[in-house]
Design a protein around this ligand. Structure first.
Ligand SMILES: Nc1ncnc2c1ncn2[C@@H]1O[C@H](COP(=O)(O)OP(=O)(O)OP(=O)(O)O)[C@@H](O)[C@H]1O
Ligand SMILES: [Mg+2]
Length: 464
């Protein structure tokens, strides 16, 4: 029996990230789950240094680097950070050093996404039908034409029984709209059941949706599915594009016929449920990728809401910001009065990949850490600062980039050269003062030292 293959199989099928580095911090192994789990982009990570893969971490903040330094493991360590999709991720990690003949050989880190597990737990609760819709129309903030139209469309369509399709990027308010649709309708005293289609595997999902009857498969009991449980109310199917394509056909049949048949049962049950489905990409893209059935799309699309990204609806940013400012002042017992001009400018110019949710997190973060009564640039989360600087550097150095564009060297070598040039120029500008240069580059001092070492930059002019 080949244990290596078995270990590979296990690591690929565990829903947790596994990361192994050698004693120098170079990656020896990682499993695929890392990509989707922590929202990392680690293509061909093997051989790279851990701080190259997690550019936002430093020798001090990286659990792996800490363990390499101290030789001591860290058990069940909770870490919060913004991943590359700008989603706030909470991970629980254990970092374990491994030794050979008493000498530290490297570090193994195992971690999982806490919210993902919580949401599975949440779904367990929802299976017991405790889902609740809390938002009403007043919770939708904004005075732009977009928001006004959105509110009036919710009011106009809330009492219809036609299915609804809501699409928009992450954080644009899809859940908010679904809850409003329910609460503004005659169904508001009836169940509201939300189910994320990505959380449950296809085979199981069919029984969860349609219910089972005694003996339909081993261990099955007589039990209602989500559709029956939502009778009289609303069933919200989030991330519908993750639903198995054959199950989508069965959902379509229910939408057309208005009754369901539990798994293993012959008789049908009439149900009156309003189905609202959401997806976080354009439905036509989902259809093209084969993740959404054409016919289901046309049925769901009877009423549709296309929620605009925040960057296309900038006129609401100030109003939303003030709303969240008041909210978190109350919540955190603070009395911050507003934002500096730079912060307001920044908020208007930023492209908000995480949309309203990102804005909300940003203000929560700033109110937590500010020591003034005005939110200033330094109160913004680090990741924003870095993105901003990155853009500036790109503009400043566009010429340097163009110089390199016809080089026949491999891309990685050109990028190293490019990075080396920027670092040398910055060091020169600040008279080789590491702290000032690191600040200008918006990277921690340790990272600058590390990069200088890697790119062979010496602290004197011989490097030029
Ligand atoms: N117009 C708005 N007014 C007030 N709050 C908003 C608005 N739009 C979004 N939000 C808030 O932003 C956060 C994210 O919204 P929501 O959870 O509805 O997004 P979503 O589209 O379902 O995102 P995802 O695709 O990631 O699930 C919530 O806290 C929500 O209350
Ligand atoms: Mg959502």
């Amino acid at each position: 029996m080949d244990y290596k293959n078995i270990l590979k199989l296990i690591s690929e099928n565990l829903y947790c990230g596994i990361f192994i580095v050698d004693k120098n911090g170079k990656v020896l192994f990682y499993n695929q789950s890392i990509n989707d789990l922590a929202g990392l982009k680690v293509e061909n990570a093997v051989g790279k240094h851990v701080l190259d893969i997690f550019p936002r971490l430093t020798e001090e903040t990286s659990t792996i680097m800490k363990t390499l330094k101290t030789g001591e493991g860290l058990k069940n360590y909770v870490q919060k950070y913004y991943n590359y999709q700008n989603k706030l991720v909470t991970i629980l990690s254990s970092t374990i050093p491994f030794y050979e003949n008493g000498v530290l050989e490297g570090v193994l880190e195992i971690f999982y996404d806490v919210e993902r597990y919580n949401s599975l737990d949440h779904n367990k609760k929802r299976k017991e039908f405790t889902g609740k819709a809390v938002y009403t129309l007043n919770d939708i903030i904004g005075s732009s034409k977009e928001i006004k139209d959105l509110k009036s469309k919710i009011l106009k369509t809330a009492n219809s029984n036609s299915p609804v399709l809501i699409y928009g990027e992450t954080g644009t308010g899809k859940e908010l709209v679904v809850q409003c649709l329910h609460n503004e309708s005659h169904r508001h005293n009836k169940p509201f059941i939300a189910q994320n289609c990505a959380a449950i595997p296809g085979t199981l999902f069919e029984s969860i949706l349609f219910g089972t009857t005694l003996g339909s498969f081993t261990g099955a009991r007589d039990s209602k599915g989500l559709i029956e449980a939502a009778n009289g109310g609303t069933l919200f199917l989030d991330e519908i594009n993750s639903m198995d394509i054959t199950l989508q056909a069965k959902l379509l049949r229910f939408l057309q016929e208005g009754h369901i048949r539990r798994l293993g049962e012959n008789k049908t049950h009439d149900v009156d449920v309003r189905v609202v489905a959401a997806l976080n990409e354009n439905p036509y893209d989902a259809i093209a990728k084969g993740n959404l059935r054409n016919d289901l799309f046309y049925r769901l699309n009877a009423i549709s809401f296309n929620l605009k990204p925040l960057r296309e609806n900038k006129s609401d940013i100030v109003e939303l910001s003030i709303h969240f400012l008041n909210y978190f002042n109350d919540e955190l017992n603070k009395s911050v009065v507003g934002f500096s001009d730079e912060v307001l400018d920044f908020m208007k110019n930023y492209n908000w990949p995480g949309n309203v949710r990102e804005l909300r997190h940003l203000i929560e973060h700033a109110i937590n850490i500010t020591e003034n009564n005005l939110i200033k640039e330094k109160d913004l989360p680090d990741y924003l600062y870095m993105d901003k600087e990155k853009n500036n550097h790109l503009n400043e150095n566009i010429e340097a980039g163009l110089d390199n564009q016809f080089s026949s060297k491999p891309l990685s070598e050109q990028l190293n050269l490019f990075e080396r040039n920027i670092i040398i120029k910055t060091l020169k500008k600040y008279d080789y003062n590491i702290s000032k240069a690191a600040k200008k580059l918006c990277i921690p001092r340790q990272s600058l030292y590390y990069k200088m070492d890697k790119l062979n930059i010496k602290l004197d002019k011989s490097a030029e």
